[in-house]
Design a protein around this ligand. Structure first.
Ligand code: PLP
Length: 498
């Protein structure tokens, strides 16, 4: 493809994306075709001869689009958001066009330096402790995902706890990692990849009201493990757990980590973006104790996947843990010690110029625009929670400090049960199962409309619906439509007699 052909077809692709975004509201949020449908629309064999670009573009609409889950749809309320935006896509396009592989400063000075400055900018926007900034002993790096950030944090924690032996001799099975019962599955995955196995992960009890980690239970677990000759190595605290956005008490957890010399990693994958708003920064209390911290601009900060921002308080420790310098990577800049080689801050060697999309996003929206986006999400979630609370058939089941609301039908709607709204009489398990079934059916019916998409979790062992606001296209009318569909579906649920 010549540069001129690229220019022509590139304009057509940008037009296609702009048309896609403008028409999102007219598409069903979820694809409805059965599994295998997209694959069946693709030829079984690759083309022998090159094809016209127009034909490729046309097939986007007929082959691909019908199988797309529309994460940017204004009625998309599932999981956590995965925002993207015009400046993010354009930044990524430039990155793809440059085709830079920035494993070393010398293979991509701009790729490295823009990233360092963007992570310092983000640290300032979130008001992170100074110790994370590159101007001191710390620094930030872009990982592909929060899962990779947790893995890297666990590896450096092992390096520290093993007094450097881990690098030479590998892992000792005595290391233990702590997170709450609500911690993300990536923590177990990190333990597996690190060679510790699932049994190394201790899940610490939570406060039943807030679902946040109970620091007394953490202290007891660390104390018991030490007494048994095990090595408490890392605690992963969460700001905004995946199920309900619970916020672990990081100040109390941090004190315990400090007392026992345990690495503290704070995972704020989704909720970290909230700290761009001063009024939500209280959720980040205690970060000065953290050895590492991460959040995903690719969730709630209008920056397309993949973009996890990860900081350490002591970059020397991280580099010592992960650096290997074969002859073929040696170069004068590295040897001068004056540059950052981000290959030492992550698992892969190669890396894309991901900071370009951040640079574009931060400049296009400014702090003001990003704050407005977060505030819109929080306000819409508040509005929705108010409607849920005002309807006696429903309950809000957990605090909602950010833009996620967890709620469910109470006993009595679609369950054939009208008494004992707490479900605490003699037939509790039968009643709970009925309520679970009613909530699951409600979710199916609402998602079946094609207008909205919500997902579920379990809270107190009970089926719970989650509505996460986050698409940049979501307005109050879309949240109101979701609530209307939910209440209509609740009214239409059949009354069961168990
Ligand atoms: N940590 C938390 C608290 C999450 O909620 C999630 C995903 O929702 C993750 C980690 C994993 O994120 P990623 O897809 O960036 O690995």
């Amino acid at each position: 493809m010549t540069p001129d052909e690229f220019r022509r077809h590139g304009h057509a692709v940008v037009d296609w994306i702009a048309d896609y975004w403008s028409s999102l509201d007219q598409r069903p949020v979820l694809p409805t075709d059965p599994p295998g449908s997209v694959a069946a629309r693709l030829p079984a064999r690759p083309p022998e001869r090159g094809e016209e670009f127009d034909r490729i573009l046309a097939d986007l609409e007929t082959v691909v689009a019908p199988g797309v889950t529309h994460w940017q749809h204004p009625g998309y309320f599932g999981y956590f958001p995965a925002n993207t935006s015009g400046p993010s896509v354009l930044g990524d396009l430039v990155s793809a066009g440059l085709g830079v592989q920035g494993m070393l400063w010398s293979t991509g000075p701009a790729c490295t330096e823009v990233e360092t400055v963007m992570l310092d900018w983000l640290a300032e926007l979130l008001d992170l402790p100074d110790r994370f900034r590159s101007t001191g002993r710390g620094g930030g790096v872009i990982q592909d995902s929060a899962s990779s950030a947790t893995l890297v944090a666990v590896l450096v924690a092992l390096h520290r706890a093993g007094g450097g032996r881990w690098r030479e001799h590998g892992v000792e099975r005595r290391h233990r990692i702590y997170t709450s019962t609500q911690g993300h599955s990536s923590i177990e995955k990190a333990a597996r990849i690190a060679g510790l196995g699932d049994e190394a992960v201790r899940t610490v009890e939570v406060d039943p009201g807030t679902l946040a980690m109970d620091p007394a239970a953490l202290r007891a677990a660390i104390g018991a493990d030490r007494a048994a000759g095990l090595v408490p190595t890392a605690v992963v605290a969460t700001i905004g757990t995946t199920s309900t956005t619970a916020v672990d008490p990081v100040p109390a957890i941090g004190e315990i980590c400090q007392e026992y010399g345990v690495w503290l990693h704070v995972d704020a994958a989704y909720a970290g973006s909230a700290a761009i708003c001063p009024e939500l920064r209280y959720t980040h209390a205690g970060l000065s104790y953290a050895d590492s911290y991460c959040f995903d601009p690719h969730k709630w900060l209008l920056t397309g996947f993949d973009c996890d921002a990860f900081w350490v308080a002591d970059r020397a420790e991280l580099i010592e843990a992960l650096s290997i310098l074969p002859e073929y990577l040696r170069n004068a800049a590295t040897e001068s010690g004056a540059v950052i080689d981000y290959r030492d801050w992550q698992v892969p060697l190669g890396r894309r110029f991901r900071s370009l999309k951040l640079w574009f996003v931060l400049r296009w929206y400014g702090a003001e625009g990003l704050r407005a986006h977060v505030r819109t999400g929080v306000a819409l979630a508040d509005r929705f929670a108010g409607w849920v609370r005002a309807d006696e058939r429903f309950e809000v089941v957990a605090p909602h400090p950010f833009s996620l609301v967890c709620f469910r039908l109470r006993a009595g709607t679609g369950t054939g049960d009208t008494g004992d709204p707490d479900g605490r009489d003699a037939d509790v398990s039968g009643r709970d199962a009925d309520v679970d079934r009613a909530n699951a059916e409600l979710l199916d019916r609402v998602n079946g409309t094609g207008r909205v998409y919500l997902t579920h979790t379990r809270v107190d062992e009970r089926h719970t619906l989650r509505l996460a606001v986050g698409s940049p296209y979501t307005r109050e009318e879309h949240v109101a439509e979701a609530w209307r569909l939910i209440t209509e579906a609740a009214t239409a649920l059949p009354v069961r007699r168990s």
